[in-house]
Design a protein around this ligand. Structure first.
Ligand code: B12
Ligand code: SF4
Ligand code: SF4
Length: 226
């Protein structure tokens, strides 16, 4: 039986990290997941991962969606090398349910922002792909840890957005986009979402300005009509 560490070591060479694994139930093993047994989630390995992407041909060729194109090439290549199937978080709809999968792979919880929160990494978990293996992999059981939001009285994430985009009713995407398109949205555009940055958990994992700006520009351009 192959172990998760074998996969983690293989993906590490590409600036990726394995963010946990889980086994599919029999009822889930159909359609594109027919025959799949274990899914391993992959994300950028912090600033090391960002540096790997930044030096790639996709990051430098001036074409559209460089991070998604890099992710597709790297994760597809890993799938071939490891005899697995590549699954991508982008390209939908329909979308693979990465957030639901992530909660099965690691002790992640839904935060008041709708983003998942990790007990030590905070709101900074993100996914560049997943690998589905037909064989069951050996991996440790998911650690049990409560949501840091349960004991967070200040809830700074909910008051940090200058246009109050996060309400009990969800995320007001239109209000956020209008702010980002205005001069007042500069702090978010250059430093990343202020609500996400306001959370004290895993603050040292926050994106550096180059990465934060890249994600914000990608988010905004995807919201503009083609
Ligand atoms: C469409 C989409 C968006 C849309 C709409 C998001 C929305 N909240 O409705 C827009 C464009 C607005 C958006 C914005 C952003 N997104 Co987005 N988005 C997606 C995408 C492509 C699909 C989501 C989806 O519809 N899934 C389909 C359903 C069936 O899947 P699901 O896992 O079941 O997901 C749902 C459940 O988790 C459910 N849910 C909510 N509460 C609960 C509670 C329980 C108990 C359960 C079981 C489920 C549940 O909400 C999810 C729907 O979004 C995913 C990638 C992916 N493939 O998952 C990224 C993703 C969710 N986004 C992500 C991010 C980071 C962002 C941004 C911060 C973008 C940025 N600038 O980097 C912003 C801000 C989001 C915010 N504050 O909510 C990350 C989230 C990582 C995390 N830590 O949670 C993902 C996983 C992308 C990735 N590659 O990592 N996003
Ligand atoms: S600020 Fe508090 S409530 Fe908000 S996401 Fe962080 S821990 Fe959770
Ligand atoms: S990016 Fe800025 S405007 Fe948009 S939700 Fe975050 S804090 Fe609010």
């Amino acid at each position: 039986m192959r172990a998760l560490e074998t996969v983690a070591t293989a993906v590490e060479a590409h600036g990726l990290a394995a963010h946990g694994a889980f086994d599919l139930g029999d009822e889930e093993r159909r359609g594109a997941l027919a025959g799949a047994a274990t899914i391993v989630l992959l994300g950028l390995d912090g600033r090391r991962g960002w540096a790997a992407f930044s030096a790639s041909p996709e990051a430098l060729d001036g074409g559209a969606d460089p991070l998604d194109r890099w992710s597709r090439r790297v994760v597809d290549g890993l799938a071939t090398a490891l005899d697995a199937r590549a699954l991508h978080p982008f390209g939908g709809p329909p979308h693979w349910p990465f957030q639901r999968w992530a909660m099965r792979a690691e002790p992640l919880h839904v935060s008041p922002l709708g983003l998942l929160i990790h007990p030590s990494e905070g709101l900074w978990r993100g996914y560049r792909g997943a690998l589905a293996f037909t064989e069951r992999l050996a991996f440790p059981p998911r650690a049990a840890a409560p949501s840091p939001c349960e004991t967070c009285d200040a809830r700074a994430c909910l008051s940090a957005c200058p246009v109050g985009a996060f309400t009990g009713a969800g995320y007001d995407v239109a209000a956020c986009v209008a702010q980002l398109e205005s001069p007042a949205g500069r702090s978010c555009m250059e430093g990343g979402c202020m609500a996400r940055r306001a959370c004290p958990v895993g603050a040292d994992r926050a994106h550096a300005p180059a990465q934060a700006g890249f994600h914000m520009r990608a988010f905004l351009s995807a919201r503009r009509p083609a």
